[in-house]
Write a protein that binds this ligand. Structure first.
Ligand code: AMP
Ligand code: MG
Length: 444
C-alpha cells in the first residue's frame, strides 16, 4: 500500500503528550446527592461513623451465648425479639436466647447468632419464630422488652401488641455456634473518619450508595464540561431530511452528541454551517461560549476547508494539525484563551476514532478525572497484513477474548463501525500478524 510521506506528522503518542499537557481548571459545584450520578467528586469523603454502626446480626435467627451451644442439641428459652431498627438494650441469661432479625443490633452478652435453619422451634408456640414483616411495626414499640423466664403464662391467643405477659417459647439448637458467627462487628467495614471515596472518583450507582450511607447529602463535584458540536459542509443536510443529488445526511452531529454525553459532557448541537469563511467564522466565534468545541468537516487542505484557517484567524493556538493516525489524519487541536477546540475530519469513522482515542483524554481532565484508557487484550481470529505508516484503529468484534477484524472499507463506513465493539490498534508499520496473535483493542 502506498501512502504519502507522513514522517513530518505528529505521532499519536506525541498528540497524547500535548493533550495531557493542556491546562485545565474544572469548575467545582455543590450538588445534591440525588443529582450527582455520573459526576466526578471534587472532594474526599470520609465515613461519618463506624460501619456497621453496631454489632449486627447477619442472619434471621437467635442471638446466643455460644458457650450454651457447646453440646448440641440443646434447648434454649426465647426471652425476646429484636427486629431490625429496634435497639438492643437488654441482655439475657445463660440458657436463654433472643430472636434476632438480619440487620438488627446484637443484645449484650450475645457472641454468636444461630440461623433459623439450625434450630427447631418447640411448643407451646412459635411466638418469636417465623413472624413476618407485617407484624414488625407492632413489635417495634416493645422491641427492647426482653422478658424474663418467669413471665406469667399468657392467654392462649396473645395479641402481638400486648406488652404484658407472653407465652414462653423454646427452641432446640441443632448446630453449635462459635464466637463471632453470623455477626458483623461494629466498624468492621469502615471506621469513623476513614476515607471512603477520593477526589477524582467518577460517581455511579455503587458510589452513590456509599455516599448515601455516610449521609453525604450534598457533595462538591466538578461541573460537566460544556461542549458544543458543529458540523460543516455544503453537502450536509439534517438526518431527518431527504438528501438530493450529492447531498448526504448529517451523521456526525448525532454521533458526537451521544458520544460526548457518555463521556460526561453537557452537549449542545449547533447544527451545520456552510463552507463559507464568514459562516464558519461566526459559528466558531459563537461556540466560544462553551468550554470545548467539536467541529467536523472542512479540516483538510481543500479549497473549501476553512476550519483550521478560521481558527488561526481568530487567534487560536493550533497545537496539533494532522496526525499519523488512521482514520483521522486531518485532526486539529487548538486553544483559544481558556477554551479548546477539536477539529475532526468529516468522515464519521475518523471523527469517532479521534474522539474516543484522543479527545476523551482532555474531556476526562476537564471533568476532574484522570484520562482512562479502555484497552482490552484479545487474540486475533485471523491473520492481518502489515500495517502502513499510520497508527491504525480497525473496527473489530470481540467475544470471549477473540478479536474478529471487520473488513476495513474506509473512514466513511459507519455501517462496519456500527457492527463493532472495539477498535484494534495497530502500531505504525507493524508487520503482518498471524491468527492467534495477541492484540490490544480499545473498547467502544
Ligand atoms: P471533509 O472533512 O469536510 O472533507 O469531509 C470528508 C467526508 O466526510 C466527506 O465525504 C463529507 O461529505 C463527509 N462528511 C462531512 N461532514 C459530515 C457529517 N456531518 N456527517 C456525515 N458525513 C460528513
Ligand atoms: Mg467538507
Amino acid at each position: 500500500m502506498s501512502e504519502p510521506d507522513v514522517s513530518d506528522l505528529l505521532t499519536v503518542a506525541q498528540a497524547i503528550a500535548i493533550l495531557d499537557a493542556a491546562d485545565v481548571s474544572p469548575r467545582v459545584v455543590e450538588v445534591p446527592l440525588q443529582h450527582a450520578d455520573g459526576l466526578v467528586l471534587a472532594q474526599d469523603v470520609r465515613a461519618d461513623r463506624d460501619y456497621p454502626p453496631f454489632d449486627r446480626s447477619l442472619m434471621d435467627g437467635y442471638a446466643v451465648r455460644t458457650a450454651d451451644t457447646a453440646n448440641v442439641p440443646v434447648e434454649l428459652e426465647v426471652v425476646g425479639e429484636i427486629p431490625a431498627g429496634a435497639s438492643a438494650a437488654s441482655s439475657f441469661a445463660s440458657g436463654q436466647t433472643i430472636a434476632i432479625m438480619t440487620g438488627a443490633p446484637l443484645p449484650e452478652g450475645a457472641d454468636g447468632v444461630v440461623p433459623v435453619e439450625d434450630v427447631e422451634r418447640l411448643s407451646p408456640s412459635s411466638r418469636y419464630a417465623g413472624e413476618r414483616a407485617g407484624e414488625r411495626g407492632a413489635r417495634l414499640a416493645e422491641s427492647s422488652d426482653v422478658r424474663s423466664s418467669n413471665t406469667p403464662r399468657p392467654s392462649p391467643q396473645p395479641s402481638p401488641r400486648s406488652t404484658g405477659e407472653r407465652e414462653q417459647a423454646r427452641i432446640r439448637v441443632l448446630r453449635a455456634s462459635a464466637p463471632g458467627r453470623f455477626i458483623a462487628r461494629r466498624g468492621s467495614d469502615v471506621r469513623a473518619g476513614e476515607l471512603i471515596l477520593s477526589k477524582g472518583t467518577r460517581l455511579g450507582p455503587a458510589q452513590l450508595a456509599a455516599l448515601a450511607t455516610v449521609g453525604a447529602s450534598s457533595i462538591r463535584a466538578f461541573a460537566r464540561p460544556q461542549v458544543a458540536v458543529l458540523s460543516t459542509g455544503n453537502e450536509i443536510v439534517p438526518f431527518n431530511q431527504n438528501p438530493t443529488g450529492p447531498q448526504i445526511r448529517n451523521s456526525n452531529s448525532l454521533m458526537l452528541v451521544a458520544l460526548l454525553k457518555r463521556l460526561g459532557c453537557d452537549v449542545t448541537d449547533l447544527g451545520t454551517v456552510r463552507d463559507e469563511p464568514n459562516a464558519v467564522r461566526d459559528a466558531i466565534q459563537n461556540a466560544l461560549a462553551f468550554d470545548l468545541l467539536f467541529v467536523t468537516g472542512g479540516m483538510s487542505m481543500g479549497a473549501y476547508d476553512f476550519v483550521p484557517r478560521t481558527l488561526a484567524e481568530l487567534g487560536a493556538d493550533l497545537r496539533i494539525t494532522k496526525l499519523r493516525i488512521k482514520p483521522g489524519k486531518p485532526f486539529v487541536f487548538a486553544s483559544i484563551g481558556t477554551h479548546y477546540a477539536f477539529g475532526l475530519p468529516g468522515n464519521p469513522v475518523s471523527a469517532f476514532v479521534c474522539t474516543v482515542r484522543l479527545a476523551s483524554r482532555l474531556i476526562a481532565r476537564l471533568s476532574g478525572e484522570a484520562p482512562r484508557e479502555k484497552w482490552i487484550h484479545a487474540s486475533l481470529s485471523e491473520a492481518l497484513p502489515a500495517n502502513g505508516p499510520r497508527e491504525f484503529y480497525q473496527p473489530v468484534f470481540c467475544r470471549d477474548g477473540v478479536a474478529q477484524p471487520l473488513k476495513w472499507k474506509g473512514s466513511a463506513d459507519v455501517f462496519t463501525l456500527a457492527a463493532a465493539n472495539g477498535l484494534l490498534a495497530r502500531a505504525e508499520n507493524e508487520p503482518a500478524l498471524p491468527a492467534g496473535a495477541p492484540v490490544r483493542v480499545w473498547e467502544v
